[in-house]
Ligand binder design. Structure first.
Ligand code: G6P
Length: 366
């Protein structure tokens, strides 16, 4: 194992750094946007549906939450996202015109498979999976699929599977927008070009590692952390908190920044670092006032700021400047430093990064 890890210390680290390759592999066969990227007959399925129901667990669930923002904003199709283990056991109102999407790295997660079968038993016929394993049960049981090419993921904490799922969801967003006629071909091509640029943009973000290591030195001494984001970066805050919990055992919570004053602000002290995902988007000014609320209470901010946000390091504020802003694709870039933060914090704490206690890579039993 040591030889194949060179020059890395852990699979998780290797997998974080493989993301530019994983993303470009996931996009290699995409010559143009078309529903048929999701398999034969996808055009008629996309024509027939009026909404999406996305089912998943863990990190895959967070990729679905980002997708909801993309699909509603760009393809104008209503999206519901649900945790598989909740959906399978509750009474829901099936809409036969919904496209049921299951997302999974392994394609073998028991709850996700059961949720798919439950949806079918309720009469759902339109099914699609986004999965990293072409031969998995999930792919076999869905009518349509998109196979991500992250390659084998060994670290229990998912990294490259997540970002490639996001790439697949962005392709789906564009294919749906095309079928519904809500974006012009020129607009679709512009978005596709931006997606093709993502592997090199991720490469540039990976170069921030030394700065993240200095943050991790602080985090390794903390017992709690709060992650804030707004809009499509709220799921990125959730994913950042999950990564930190999973491998460093630090209690971490994520909140949509607008909810700060409805509870978590009561927890803010100098001993509770607050990570803020701060892209240069329409919500930036609101986010800045949320940051003020934290600072006014003695909280220490760790901010991932895009260029032109005018956020600079100061007393109680550590800022890392992201190399570039990439519009709707920004969640793919902002999650990278959060993966690195969890990884280096765990190293500082000496935990078993690739095999965290009590967790399994693939949860194939309930
Ligand atoms: C486990 C893994 C997570 C993963 C989740 C869902 O909890 O530790 O990293 O996100 O299962 O797995 P799936 O294979 O369905 O994406």
């Amino acid at each position: 194992a040591a030889a194949e890890l060179e020059p890395y210390q852990h699979y998780m680290q290797k997998e974080i750094f493989e993301q530019p390759r994983a993303l470009s592999d996931t996009l290699t066969d995409v010559l143009e946007i078309s529903p048929e990227l999701f398999g034969d007959g996808a055009y008629s399925t996309f024509k027939a549906i009026d909404s999406l129901l996305i089912l998943a667990c863990g990190t895959s669930y967070y990729s679905a939450l980002v997708a909801k923002y993309w699909i509603e904003s760009l393809a104008k199709i209503p999206v519901q996202v649900e945790i598989a283990s909740e959906y399978r056991y509750r009474d829901s109102v099936p809409n036969p015109r919904a496209l049921v999407i299951t997302v999974s790295q392994s394609g073998e997660t028991a709850d996700t498979l059961a949720a798919l079968r439950h949806a079918k038993s309720l009469g759902h016929q339109h099914t699609l999976s986004i999965c990293n394993v072409a031969t998995s049960t999930l792919v076999r049981e869905c009518r349509h699929s998109y196979i991500t090419r992250a390659g084998v993921e060994i670290g229990v904490a998912s990294t490259k599977a997540f970002t490639t799922q996001l790439a697949a969801f962005f392709l789906l967003t564009l294919a749906l927008a095309q079928t519904k006629g809500v974006l012009s071909e020129a607009q679709i091509n512009e978005h596709l070009q931006a997606l093709r640029h993502i592997p090199s943009a991720v490469q540039a973000v990976l170069a921030l590692e030394p700065q993240i290591i200095s943050w991790a030195d602080d985090f390794a001494r903390m017992d709690n952390a709060l992650f804030l984001g707004r809009g499509m970066h709220y799921p990125i805050a959730l994913e950042g908190a999950l990564k930190l919990k999973e491998i460093s055992y630090i209690h971490a919570e994520a909140y949509p920044a607008g909810e700060l004053k409805h509870g978590p602000l009561a927890l803010v002290t100098s001993q509770m670092p607050v990570v803020v995902v701060a892209p240069n988007d329409a919500l930036l000014e609101k986010l800045k006032s949320n940051m003020q609320e934290v600072r006014a209470r003695g909280g220490v901010l760790y901010v991932l700021a895009d260029a032109n946000t005018h956020i600079h390091s100061d007393k109680g504020l550590h800022a890392i400047r992201m190399p570039e802003h990439s519009g709707p694709l920004s969640p793919i870039l902002h999650v990278i430093p959060l993966q690195l933060l969890a990884y280096h914090t765990a190293l500082g704490k000496g935990t078993d990064v690739d095999k965290p206690r009590n967790l399994a890579k693939s949860v194939t039993v309930e």
